[in-house]
Design a protein around this ligand. Structure first.
Ligand code: HEM
Length: 463
């Protein structure tokens, strides 16, 4: 291949490719891989060509490359209206490295473990509102839980008026891109016209401003009360100084707070709603999980729960089969680069394709089947199982997300007998930049379990 020619890819028009990408992303990726193999070029209207890579070797070469070889923040410009230009998601180079280092501690290592009790407590609180025989949406319930958890990590508190105000506004803002048609507003900048409070984009702009105003109010309060400092994300950012001794500006603080709130809550809520779907769709999976949890006895330690092999495998398989984002961030080559023997010129965007590597028959036999056992039988490398991306852009919140998934599932399953509320097929559907369940997974509570090692279900008399 000559240095200038990109690998082949779909020949339908860029507009048609974009429509497929919005309306049927996973089927479209399957079609492309079948026809063009491990490396192909997708052309989406309004975007530079994306070279999709779904071979673990190529993905490994990208993730292990020197951080100076690729920019990734530049490829996330689509997010600027949501999280602002100072967001970690949009930064590159030294500034990315520095801010990543600063934002990491509150969602990493021992600090993450300290969220265990809070996660279980918040889960119990949300689940206590479920009424027998009254269907509720798993997605909404999970949003409630994950938003409270991330508010805790970001502000160090989960109570208070401001948090009660932020919660519905943020959920509403994300709902505004919650269908393929509404997601189009993110992809087509010509649709981003503020024609007043009732126009679709006008609503997004106003909601976002309301969230930003609340963030600013919190920043002002913290600046005025330095004694409120803790080791939450906001406290760490307020005390940070750059090389010239300057603190972060209000605008920088707002954008990074928004980044953590947006990146940290909808993703985990979506993953959890998929997990609830699979567990209740497949009785043998639920049975094995309940058995594993029952073997722990009464009041198990949350960290012991987080190490359970089958529970971990269920979470991994959930993230494998329908990853929350179909692709990792595009990596824009800063100089010519060779990946899997293909020579690419500077400014080419190389995109590790999470969905396609997770659906390789050679790695995951019967890839369309939900089989947690595969993760017990084999160890997958960091280039084969990549729900959180990799390299210098590896998801900042992966440890929190995994802990949260396991503890929420264990807490709910231990105490509640749930079932799918109907037999409607659940399929992947675009929700902004993530791929969620088509119907939010309606569930129904059919019983409460006794907190006993036998996990004997106590049927609710009204059921
Ligand atoms: C199941 C839940 C989640 C999934 C599937 C997920 C997935 C991802 C993926 C695929 C990336 C891009 C990585 C790459 O391109 O290599 C990413 C980046 C990121 N995620 Fe997550 N994420 C989740 C939860 C979270 C949580 C809980 C937080 C915050 C606490 C978070 C914060 C971030 C941030 C800040 C980045 C940007 C990192 C950077 O640019 O250096 N994510 N995530």
């Amino acid at each position: 291949m000559s240095a200038t020619k990109l690998p082949d890819g779909p020949t339908i028009s860029p507009l048609q490719q974009l429509i497929n990408w919005l309306a049927r992303p996973y089927d479209f990726l399957d079609d492309c891989a079948k026809k063009y193999g491990d490396v192909f070029t997708m052309r989406l209207m309004g975007f530079p060509p994306l070279v999709m890579i779904s071979h673990p070797q190529g993905i490994g070469e990208i993730f292990s490359a020197d951080a100076k070889q690729f920019d990734a923040g530049r490829s996330n410009e689509i997010l600027i209206t949501l999280v602002g230009e100072n967001s970690l998601l949009l930064l590159d180079g030294d500034r990315h490295k520095q801010e990543r280092k600063m934002l990491m501690p509150p969602v990493h290592g021992d600090k993450v473990k300290s969220y265990a009790q809070i996660i279980c407590h918040i889960t119990d609180k949300v689940a206590s509102q479920w009424q027998p025989n009254r269907p509720f949406l798993a997605h909404k319930a999970m949003q409630n839980i994950t938003l409270e958890v991330i508010l805790n990590a970001v502000f160090g508190l989960s109570e208070g008026e401001r948090y009660q105000q932020i919660k519905p506004l943020l959920a509403d803002l994300l709902d505004m891109t919650g269908s393929p048609v509404r997601a189009a507003f993110l992809f087509f900048d010509f649709l981003q016209q503020d024609w007043g409070a009732w126009s679709p984009w006008g609503k997004v702009v106003r909601r976002r401003q309301q969230v930003y105003d609340l963030l600013q109010a919190e920043i002002d309060q913290r600046r005025a009360n330095p004694e409120l400092v803790g080791n939450d994300v906001l406290s760490l950012m307020l005390s940070a100084r750059d090389e010239d001794g300057q603190p972060m500006s209000d605008r920088q603080l707002q954008d990074e707070l928004m980044t953590m709130l947006v990146a940290g809550h909808e993703t985990t809520a979506t993953a959890l709603s998929w997990a609830f779907y699979w567990i209740h769709k497949l009785p043998e999976v639920k049975e094995k999980l309940l058995q594993e949890l029952a073997n722990l006895g009464d009041n198990p330690d949350p960290l012991t729960i987080s190490r359970l092999p089958y529970l971990t495998a269920v979470c991994q398989e959930t993230l494998r089969i329908y990853p929350i984002t179909p692709i990792a961030f595009g990596r824009i080559a800063k100089s010519p680069v060779k990946i899997m023997g293909h020579q690419f010129e500077a400014e080419t965007t190389l995109t590790p394709c999470i969905y396609l590597v997770h659906h390789r028959e050679d790695l995951y036999p019967e890839p369309k089947q939900f089989k947690p056992e595969r993760f017990l039988e084999r160890q997958y490398s960091a280039h084969e199982f990549i729900p959180f991306g990799g390299g210098n852009r590896h998801c900042l919140g992966y440890a929190l997300a995994m802990l949260e998934m396991k503890l929420v599932l264990a807490t709910v399953l231990t105490n509640h007998e749930l079932a799918l509320a109907n037999n409607q097929p659940v399929t992947p559907k675009r929700r902004g930049l993530t791929i969620a369940t088509s119907n939010g997974v309606p569930l129904i509570m059919t019983g409460k379990r006794l907190r006993q090692s036998s996990f004997e279900a106590q049927q609710i008399s009204s059921v």
